[in-house]
Design a binder for this molecule. Structure first.
Ligand SMILES: [Zn+2]
Length: 438
């Protein structure tokens, strides 16, 4: 059991917590080699009242909750998900694990099954799962080709309202860039997105008129005051340079709102000169990048000739961060044709990202990639960081250092919201059985 004696009043101090300096305000210079500081965190009225260095060796104060050096992180931020696709694997599996197989299976499932009730129940299941794992903000993409846009956006607005105060939910529309050639339809979609306070998004490929289509998208984003979110270059094709095209469009339009670009896999396959030119433009355009390491590992370099995958599929996150480009990692798909696994657990994402992308030795400030960096891209205040005056939304783990934290699932972690522990039991898969029948 992993219970803590937290008083029902919600007024207490966590003593001897291990906080990470990259996710805590005011602890620069006090951290150990792994970035941790021992601290006492006073909580009252759902907020962090103070964070003070812990004096090692001192006995716990009366009434305090002694954490004995356990790691405490702020609640997670998951900036790239597909809640509308989630958990359809049982009825629409990917036959061969390929990208083409995923597109086909997901499209067929959407056309046949995505009623408001179906989308809503799977989204709610996903949100309960993420909440129990300790996530407090999520951006989902919503498949928005007609007629799905008219179904999914009202569902999203309804669910965002129901989850208000537990998960900050954002949505970006997802359409193939070639679909935006239908100008009247896409302008209508932009109006719908603006009406729902959403984000304008698309999947970019190397179509001949990509620059013109991006120009139109940026113009619509300016007209409606929308942030932008792209899926770009989710492929090993060396000539896939739509990330650079997006950066050039942003610079052309002097775009000042937030831009988030996901995947950018092909960048890792390109020659150094090409990479440097792209990264320069991405940095100048103030674009943030999110890598989706679990999905990339699953879909990229998938082979059907009984040979072994040879590359990891992820983009150049270290090089981006070194240039000051804000970088995040996120869940992407969960139990759908694009990824057969996943549970919207950002600790799992961080654990897998550490292994796939080598976010260690040193860990440095990589923990920001699942917390305050995506929070800033999503324009969320007081999120992804622990600070006096901020909300007491945090996760208490068993692990006391990185090797302990990242070696076990930490399924018995304690999630504190508004200063109080929440029920972290996960929804039962059987709840969705009736939606999975043919
Ligand atoms: Zn995605």
């Amino acid at each position: 059991m992993n219970k803590l004696p937290i008083p029902p009043s919600g007024i207490y101090t966590f003593e001897n917590a291990r906080l990470h300096a990259s996710l805590t305000v005011g602890f620069d210079g006090l951290a150990d080699a792994d970035g941790f500081v021992s601290a006492d965190v006073a909580i009252n009225g759902g907020r962090i009242v103070s964070i003070a260095p812990h004096r090692l060796g001192t006995p716990a104060s009366p009434g305090a909750v002694d954490l004995k050096g356990r790691i405490v992180l702020p609640c997670f931020v998951d900036c790239h998900t597909h809640l509308d696709k989630g958990h359809i694997w049982q009825r629409s599996p990917n036959p061969d694990g390929s990208f083409a197989g995923a597109l086909y299976a997901a499209h067929a499932d959407r056309a046949a099954r995505w009623s408001a009730k179906d989308v809503s129940r799977r989204m709610d299941f996903a949100l309960r799962t993420a909440f129990a794992h300790g996530t407090k903000a999520i951006r989902t993409h919503l498949d928005s080709a007609a007629p799905q846009d008219a179904i999914s956006w009202p569902v999203f607005e309804d669910i965002r309202e129901k989850w208000h105060g537990r998960i900050d939910l954002q949505a970006a529309c997802l359409v193939g860039i070639e679909e935006t050639r239908d100008q009247a339809w896409f302008a209508g979609l932009a109006r719908r997105v603006a009406g729902a306070r959403g984000v304008l998004g698309a999947v970019t490929y190397m179509v001949p008129d990509l620059d013109a289509l991006l120009d139109r998208m940026f113009a619509l984003a300016v007209e409606h005051g929308l942030d932008l979110d792209f899926h770009a270059d989710e492929t090993d094709a060396i000539d896939a340079i739509s990330l650079k095209k997006i950066a050039e469009a942003a610079l052309r339009h002097r775009f000042e709102r937030k831009i988030l670009v996901g995947h950018c896999c092909s960048l890792a396959r390109q020659p150094d000169g090409e990479v440097l030119d792209t990264l320069d433009k991405v940095a100048r355009a103030k674009i943030a990048v999110v890598s989706l390491p679990m999905c990339n590992l699953y879909l990229q370099d998938r082979r059907h000739d009984q040979t072994t995958p040879r590359w990891r599929g992820v983009t150049l996150l270290h090089e981006m961060k070194a240039r000051g480009i804000p970088v995040a990692v996120a869940s992407d798909n969960t139990r759908d044709p694009f990824y057969a696994y996943g549970d919207l657990d950002m600790l799992e994402v961080y654990r897998m990202a550490t292994r796939i992308l080598h976010l260690d030795h040193p860990v440095g400030d990589w923990p920001r990639a699942v917390a305050q960096t995506p929070a800033k891209t999503m324009q969320l205040d007081n999120t992804g960081v622990l600070q006096p005056g901020g909300p007491a939304d945090l996760v208490v783990f068993k692990g006391r250092n990185w090797t302990e934290l990242l070696s076990r699932p930490e399924a018995d972690r304690i999630v504190i919201r508004d200063g109080k522990p929440i029920d972290t039991s996960l929804p039962d898969y059987a709840e969705l059985d009736d939606l999975m029948r043919a």
